[in-house]
Design a protein around this ligand. Structure first.
Ligand SMILES: NC(=O)N[C@@H](CC(=O)O)C(=O)O
Ligand SMILES: [Zn+2]
Ligand SMILES: [Zn+2]
Length: 430
């Protein structure tokens, strides 16, 4: 099977590509790009598709999603989550381990992979827990889990308060060549807080989570990464101090990588004045100064990836008083539009840097580039997205493919319409 997509604006920062061109897919892999593609397509008798001048880019790689299967498929299943992914232009997702039961065994990893293969939409990479039963006490069988298909290890949802456990997990990352993904939150500082601690929480009389709850743990784990030489990947960073700590760690040559989410660069803690639980997530929406620091870190290379932390919850988890509502928001369908509107159109970053943050960067962090993800180099997997960067989307229930609708972007009109998504050369969306 072969396919030529012609008349597109080809973007692939990994190859320094940005210009009119074409892409030829043969047997699920990129066979040729540019002028060669049209010539070679004739030789193989490829099916021809006209891209109508839209942008063709490498499929996005999300390092951080919660698909709730097994255990809570009323919120999301691997199939509905995968559909939300491809609708948003994501061709690969890395799924967190805080399912029910948690992914601390080969049986759960295999179940997840079986369900993902059945859904047959995006590529699905399980993340194993760092600790058995996510209790934060003993290490899980990281080696066995990696052999079963886990690409990273995380107790996300919960911080690893036990420094000795984190130290040992980081030691294992060296020979397993996989990162530990840290949810940084000192529970003794966060307490029962449910929004950012600052002027807004004080005026509302809400319990706050200080920036220091995140930063104290980021600092601890950077020290442990240095001590062990392990690979520390910091999930959903949200504060100015975290950005500074990561910038320093990278300048000192440590193996420290990080991601930020669209909701943390799009929204501030002022949104909580609406007392709407769709603005409640962990880490919480931060101050304007934190957002500025995140934008600078996106621009200067401190941040490796934009990840969604897609965290579906049912209306019954959310339609309750703010202090008891579930933490988390969905994000797969809105990530590209928010990146285009708030980062590219406002000239915080270039379009090429946006794709580095959505595709090549995350692929590198979890070593998925070695499997041909994150770029459109000849020989790479034919995972790509075709989208119109100017056409508007309306964030309503029909637009969202996820089983849940806990998005703070309800009613927003944003640029960036995904026209089609291909995984291994097969059209899975549009
Ligand atoms: N981000 C959230 O607010 N919630 C996540 C857990 C997490 O990412 O820490 C969830 O699983 O719902
Ligand atoms: Zn988390
Ligand atoms: Zn998460």
């Amino acid at each position: 099977m072969s396919l030529l997509v012609k008349n597109v604006r080809l973007m692939d920062p990994a190859q320094g590509l940005d210009g009119p061109g074409a892409l030829l897919v043969v047997e699920g892999a990129v066979a040729a790009i540019g002028a060669d593609a049209e010539r070679d397509a004739l030789a193989v008798g490829a099916e021809v598709m006209d891209g109508g001048g839209a942008v063709l880019a490498p499929g996005f790689v999300d390092l951080h999603v919660h698909f709730r299967e097994p255990g809570q498929t009323r919120k999301e299943s691997i199939e509905t989550g995968s559909r939300a992914a491809v609708a948003g232009g994501f061709t690969a997702v890395c799924a967190m381990a805080n399912t029910k039961p948690v992914n601390d065994s080969v049986a759960i990893t295999e179940l997840m992979l079986t369900r993902a293969a059945k859904a047959d939409l995006c590529r699905y990479f399980p993340i194993g827990t760092v600790s058995r039963e996510m209790k934060g006490e003993e290490l899980s069988d990281m080696g066995t889990l990696k052999a079963a298909g886990c690409v990273a290890f995380s107790d996300d949802g919960l911080p690893i308060m036990n420094a000795s456990l984190m130290r040992r997990a980081l030691e294992y990352t060296r020979w397993l060549e996989v990162p530990v993904v840290a949810h940084e939150e000192d529970q003794t500082l966060a307490g029962k807080g449910y929004m950012h601690e600052g002027a807004v929480s004080a005026s509302l009389g809400c319990l706050g989570i200080p920036a220091a709850a995140e930063e104290a743990m980021v600092a601890r784990d950077i020290i442990l990464a240095e001590h062990t030489g392990g690979h520390l990947h910091l999930a959903h960073l949200s504060t100015k101090g975290s950005m500074r700590l990561v910038r320093e760690a990278k300048a000192r040559g440590l193996h420290v990588t990080c991601e930020v989410t669209p909701h943390h660069f799009a929204l501030s803690d002022k949104e909580l004045m609406k007392f709407d639980s769709d603005y409640k997530m962990n880490p919480p929406l931060r101050s304007e100064a934190d957002i500025q620091a995140v934008l600078e870190a996106l621009a200067d290379g401190t941040v490796d990836a934009i990840a969604t932390d897609h965290a579906p919850h049912g209306w019954d988890d959310k339609e309750v008083e703010l202090p008891i509502a579930a933490f988390g928001v969905i994000g797969l369908e809105t990530a590209l539009p928010l990146t285009l509107e708030l980062l590219v159109n406002r000239k915080v970053i270039s379009l090429a840097r946006a794709f580095d943050l959505l595709a090549a960067g995350p692929a590198r962090v979890f070593h998925l580039d070695k499997q041909g993800l994150g770029s459109l180099k000849p020989g790479a997997r034919a995972d790509f997205v075709l989208f119109d960067p100017d056409a508007k989307v309306q964030v309503d229930r029909a637009f969202i493919q996820s089983r849940s609708f806990n998005t703070p972007f309800k009613g927003w009109s944003l640029p960036g319409k995904v026209l089609g998504t291909w995984v291994g050369g097969k059209r899975v969306w549009g």
